[in-house]
Design a protein around this ligand. Sequence first.
Ligand SMILES: *C/C=C(C)/C=C/C=C(C)/C=C/C1=C(C)CCCC1(C)C
Length: 250
Amino acid sequence: MLTLDVLTIPTDDYVGFTFFTGYMAMMAASVFFFFERGRVDGKWKTSLLVSGLITFIAAVHYYYMRDYYLSTGENPTALRYIDWTLTVPLMCVEFYLLTVVAGAKRSLMWKLIFASVWMLVFGYIGEAFNPEGGSTSHSVTYGILSTLGYIYILYAAWFGEVAQLAKNSESEVVRKGVKTLAWFVLVGWAIYPIGYMCMPGGWLNTAFGWGSENVDLFYNIADAINKIGFGLVVYNIAITESAKVKAPAA
Ligand SMILES: *C/C=C(C)/C=C/C=C(C)/C=C/C1=C(C)CCCC1(C)C
């Protein structure tokens, strides 16, 4: 007899829903960025390529995370962090590419990448090595260590090198765009620690009983906002600046 293994999403599985919509949204965004790349001026093509790579890498991971979640009911922690280890440093590259015209040095890119990897390594230890049943001290210790990396990027985007370089940029579009990306880092990225605190032993888990399935709910929502939103901001800068090249102001 032929048996078919079909993964079904229970109608009340809202986390499963976000895995599916997340997957499709990342895929659609990738197609969009790759196609639009052809419409922007040469110096913006790398930025759009990177935007598309970020959502494409995420789409592939969502494809696997979705199935992992549906068949085990558990958080796909390893896949999640593999995805982030590739995509978050690429977002740091985006910051660099936007400020390079204003004189950014290669070392700025490496500092941001180092901070992001720091943030993710400690976040991974916090989640993957959380003792059975959950430990508050474990989750808090690694949560704080991870947050140091986050604060470094936040500082760079708002007051540090990235902010200074953007301020010196001749282009109003670049100045505003970098400011918008800084808002993404402040508000959009802050959703991740909320998800982290839902794991067993995490503050929101112990204080409000928010179950560990909510880890993925927050991560999926945050990923859609940050990866696609971030890419769209870069796209907007690229397309606006390209129009200026085509039609130089009289
Ligand atoms: C596309 C994926 C992105 C932008 C992921 C960003 C992830 C973070 C900003 C994670 C931050 C964390 C903390 C600040 C503390 C707790 C552990 C983390 C890793 C969830």
